[in-house]
Write a protein that binds this ligand. Structure first.
Ligand SMILES: C[S@@+](CC[C@H](N)C(=O)[O-])C[C@H]1O[C@@H](n2cnc3c(N)ncnc32)[C@H](O)[C@@H]1O
Length: 240
């Protein structure tokens, strides 16, 4: 990771870190992946019906997917999953640790590769998410965003939300898990997301509802001096 003094910017109320793909790669190499969970995320399991709309065989996008167990969990429910992850180590560890047979193709239109499970249920694009739509032209029924918007640099949030909307089919849904903590105490990522931001970014197209604010204060946050750390689950349904 780059020196935090050089990659920290001032905002009105806080300081925050700015990471590029190389910084993320270095974090993966150093094993700094405190965001990773060894089980499917309980909030995904709880709100899976919201994500899928109760429908079978949905096509679901997981941006900034890491090596999340959620990729496999959603695919195991009979859906098709496309993940996007910039760091090759994460993608390789996902397929290896989950014992999923895969093939790899180099992308010709953008820098990156696509890894596909042999059963065709899971594809992971190893590329910068901001390049993804230059290679991938189909639309998704739903977007599952856990630790993705909160990992995006704050100045790129609008661009990221515009991209997610452009990749989503009419009638699509999104489940977005953001985090809420005292931003004066931690520069992120995960970046603190004020609850009003989601309607601001997505409200022109989606009805936005908060499903839950879940207390997720783990030891790693207490050690940084945080006294509260909530995961906030937003549900978005296309107005059309
Ligand atoms: C906080 S982690 C979350 C991973 C996953 N969603 C999870 O819940 O475990 C964010 C991930 O996004 C990846 N990433 C960061 N910037 C990216 C970018 N511009 N394009 C694609 N992936 C990116 C990082 O390598 C990292 O694995």
């Amino acid at each position: 990771m780059t020196d935090s003094s050089s990659n920290t910017q001032e905002t009105d109320s806080s300081q925050y870190s700015v990471l590029n793909v190389n910084d993320w790669s270095e974090n993966w190499q150093a094993g700094k992946i405190g965001f990773h969970k060894d089980i499917e995320h309980p909030l995904l399991v709880k709100y899976a019906d919201k994500l899928t709309g109760g429908k079978s065989a949905q096509k679901i996008l997981i941006p900034l997917c890491g090596k999340s167990m959620d990729i496999k969990w959603i695919a195991d429910q009979g859906h098709t999953v496309v993940g996007v992850e910039a760091v090759e180590q994460a993608v390789l560890e996902f397929f290896t640790e989950q014992n999923i047979e895969y093939s790899k193709e180099t992308l010709t239109d953008i820098p990156g590769d696509v890894y596909k499970s042999s059963d065709g249920r899971i594809s992971v694009y190893r590329c910068d998410v901001f390049d993804f739509n230059r290679s991938y032209k189909d639309k998704f029924d739903a977007v599952y965003d856990r630790a993705a918007l909160v990992a995006i640099n704050r100045d790129d949030r609008e661009r990221y939300a515009t991209l997610m909307k452009s990749l989503s089919a009419p009638g699509s849904r999104m489940v977005i898990v953001t985090v809420n903590y005292d931003p004066a105490l931690h520069p992120g990522p995960p970046h603190y997301v004020e609850e009003e931001l989601i309607p601001k970014l997505y409200g022109n197209r989606y009805n936005v509802e908060i499903l839950e604010r879940s207390d997720s204060l783990e030891e790693r946050w207490r050690e940084k001096g945080l006294t509260y750390f909530d995961e906030v689950v937003h549900f978005l349904s296309d107005k059309s």
